[in-house]
Design a protein around this ligand. Structure first.
Ligand SMILES: Nc1ncnc2c1ncn2[C@@H]1O[C@H](COP(=O)(O)OP(=O)(O)OP(=O)(O)O)[C@@H](O)[C@H]1O
Length: 249
């Protein structure tokens, strides 16, 4: 089996500006002397993450707010570079990590399908062939010629998901975004993802909805403050995570 994703000791450091806690007289003194009120501090958003994914593999990523999940996805999509470590992605990626990312608010749904499809690597003809299927999946026939700035967040997510999955990626990277759709749509997305996995794509899915991860993802990576806490079969990792969080299913 070919390796779709290889991540080795991945680290991402940010520089965080820290305001110094000073008295007012000190602040005035600093200001007069034109000295900085703040200093930069290193902050590791991701520290030593490693995993491999084969074709057809699925990885869930969980963790509390600020644990580094989105940072990992940005590194996987190539929109951010690691501070150290290695990341190799073999295959056409399609990412849904920001609501309506790549959508132009003033363009209609139809125009955005073409724009987005082209960004994701299809030509005009290929998009034309898939157009009806995309609109039908998104269930927004009635609004397809309306500028997307008038869409609800659910409609944005539907169209974004429909386009991102219609381009037949080899690697699908999905952030929390599915959570904005209603339950029926979430189930429809989950079914489409399962079909795609059956065809051999790889999936990285970030979700706070542990049910989705348990159902869809073979393995799960639990991040905490940027550190990999546990990586293994989803059931085991999710049980440890819930235990750690003190929540019962
Ligand atoms: N560009 C940036 N500059 C500085 N710090 C950043 C930057 N991006 C993220 N961080 C910090 O890195 C940490 C991890 O952020 P990240 O968005 O990856 O977390 P997350 O697990 O996706 O959180 P959430 O569940 O809230 O979406 C956070 O503390 C965040 O403040």
């Amino acid at each position: 089996m070919s390796l779709h994703i290889e991540v080795e000791n991945l680290c991402k450091k940010f520089q965080l500006r820290q305001q110094r806690a000073y008295s007012l007289s000190k602040i005035i003194h600093q200001f007069i002397e034109r000295r900085a009120f703040s200093e930069m501090k290193d902050f590791w958003a991701l520290n030593g993450v490693s995993f491999q994914m084969e074709a057809g593999d699925s990885l869930g990523v969980i963790g509390v707010n600020g644990s580094g999940k989105s940072t990992l996805l940005k590194l996987l999509t190539g929109t951010m570079r690691p501070t150290s470590g290695r990341i190799t992605v073999n295959g056409r990626r399609s990412a849904l990590i920001e609501l309506g990312a790549g959508f132009h608010p003033d363009f209609s749904g139809r125009e955005n399908v073409y724009l987005n499809g082209m960004i994701l690597g299809l030509d005009k003809n290929q998009i034309r062939k898939k157009f009806d299927e995309i609109v039908e999946f998104a269930e927004i026939e009635q609004f397809i010629d309306t500028p997307v700035k008038y869409y609800s967040s659910g409609m944005y997510a539907r169209l974004g998901f429909a386009v991102a999955t219609a381009v037949e990626p080899e690697i699908l990277i999905v952030d929390e975004i599915l959570a904005v759709g209603d339950m029926a749509f979430q189930q429809k997305c989950a079914r489409r993802i399962e079909e795609m996995l059956g065809r051999g794509i790889s999936l990285v899915l970030v979700s706070h909805g542990t049910d989705d991860i348990r159902r869809i993802c073979r393995r799960t990576l639990w991040l905490h403050k940027g550190e990999p806490m546990k990586l293994g079969p989803s059931g085991e990792v999710l049980d440890s995570y819930m235990n750690f969080m003190g929540v019962e299913e």
